[in-house]
Design a protein around this ligand. Structure first.
Ligand code: PEP
Ligand code: MN
Length: 457
């Protein structure tokens, strides 16, 4: 509600018209809705529901990302490949937050840099697919496009795109975000609880290493408290949400005009990214995200060209605003050392204030002979090392990491200190989409990244 003395800045007519311009362009990776009037009804309702995040928070995140782009902090972005409605339980959400908080502590302590924490959470419900349909035996049905579109079960009913799911996506995001806010500001994330986040995990070397680090942190905090320092800031952590802005009807309905500035903010999450498959320069996704104020990411695979990179900067960050644009590179371990440096060079020459994040997951997918989509932990680590190497060669900043992870003991990625092998994959493979690092692999990765980061700074 507007207070009488608050000034309201109206949006320009061009901005308002522009927010729907994407509808006239090529829109990749969208579902076939059988009844478009239902979609309009649902998005009309969505447009009247409260925003999930606020413009002021989005601005603060942009400042934080600007700092990371200058190498003064490091971004940790993680969560499921695809969240599910069923998976939005208190335990699942708590475990993911706990894993991210532990990783953040490892990075902060090990490399002595502030960590910007971002969940691939509270909105990661829509997925791009390589094929529009899936065939099993002699039955062909539409591909699963994420819970916000259709169901995973392989039946015609479940695979039919259902507009009501858009509303459920909003409500599930709202309740997930509510719990995230409770966990991160209500005492659970207090750094003085650093030990308790490790409870219930096995005596794996990564956990033992974490425990001994937590002891040192405890000791340092007790010392500082005894010396009279006030640690109220330790009680809460800033935690931001992010997802791939794929389903444009959903993203549009949650895009609102900020009355302070008259500008458009996508309130579906703090940060949105555009995937490798939807970043066509003349396509709908790039156009739509170019018109909002949020910090945004673009995934870059090994085939991206220098011209494309420069054109993306021109379209998405014409004002060269620090914190606005992040490139999330996903080159593959075998390619990153060749593919990334020339791209870093050209952005450096253009003096664009881009934040570089590595996604060491999506360039390293393999399928086992038994049919499991998986990744080798060693390839993930190798891509991270390649990312740091490339930045060192070019003299740019490795600003963060983007990983698919879960807080649970799943068996979806091969290797790590628990030596998950091809046979073990079957014991607890739960992802409906890409394989995620489990709790232990995530913690191990954080230790490795913290060492690299400490070397780099
Ligand atoms: C993802 O992040 O889950 C994804 C599909 O990534 P990309 O666009 O890099 O393939
Ligand atoms: Mn994925």
């Amino acid at each position: 509600m507007q207070m009488p003395d608050e000034s309201v800045v109206a949006p320009t007519p061009e901005l308002l018209a522009g927010l729907d311009y994407w509808r006239t362009l090529d829109i990749k990776q969208q579902p076939q809705w059988s009844d478009p009037t239902q979609v309009a009804k649902v998005t009309g309702e969505l447009a009247s529901l409260p925003p999930l995040v606020f413009a002021g928070e989005v601005d603060i995140l942009k400042d934080r990302l600007a700092t990371a782009a200058l190498g003064k902090s490091f971004v940790l972005q993680g969560g499921d490949c695809a969240e599910t409605f069923e998976g939005a339980t208190a335990n699942n959400i708590r475990n993911r937050i706990k894993t991210l908080l532990q990783m953040a502590v490892v990075l902060t302590y090990g490399a002595s840099v502030p960590v910007v924490k971002m969940g691939r959470m509270a909105g990661q419900f829509a997925k791009p697919r390589s094929n529009d349909s899936e065939t099993r035996g002699d039955v062909t049905l539409p591909a699963y496009r994420g819970d916000i579109v259709n169901g995973y079960d392989f039946t015609p009913e479940s695979r039919t795109a259902d507009p009501q799911r858009i509303l459920r996506g909003y409500h599930t995001s709202a309740s997930t975000l509510n719990l995230i806010r409770a966990f991160t500001t209500g005492g659970f994330a207090d750094l003085r609880q650093v030990h308790s986040w490790n409870k219930g995990f096995s005596s794996n070397p990564a956990n033992q290493r974490y425990d001994s680090m937590a002891k040192k942190i405890d000791k340092a905090i007790r010392f500082m408290e005894a010396a009279g320092a006030n640690f109220d800031e330790l009680r809460t952590v800033e935690f931001y949400t992010a997802h791939e802005a794929l389903l444009l009807e959903y993203e549009r309905a949650l895009t609102r005009i900020d009355s302070r500035s008259g500008l458009a903010y996508n309130t579906s999450s703090h940060f949105q990214w555009i995937g490798e498959r939807t970043r066509g320069l003349e396509d709908a996704h790039i156009d739509f995200l170019s018109r909002t104020e949020n910090p945004i990411g673009v995934k870059l695979g090994p085939t991206v060209t220098r011209d494309e990179v420069l054109a993306l900067i021109e379209k998405l960050d014409p004002k060269r605003e620090p914190g606005r644009l992040t490139f999330i590179t996903r080159m593959g371990a075998g390619k990153i050392r060749d593919a990334l440096p020339p791209i870093l060079e050209i952005v450096k020459e253009a003096e664009a204030p881009v934040l570089w994040i590595t996604d060491p997951m999506h360039g390293n997918g393999i399928t086992t002979p038994t049919g499991y989509k998986t990744r080798r932990f060693d390839d993930v680590v190798d891509e991270v090392h390649g990312f740091f190497d490339a930045h060192k060669w070019v003299g740019t900043y490795p600003g963060g990491i983007h990983v698919e992870l879960t807080g649970d003991d799943v068996t979806e990625c091969l290797g790590g200190s628990e030596n998950i092998d091809e046979e073990t994959l079957a014991t607890r493979y739960e992802s409906l989409c890409d394989p995620r690092l489990n709790h232990m692999q995530s913690l191990e990765l954080a230790f490795l990244v913290s060492e690299k980061l400490a070397e780099h700074s």
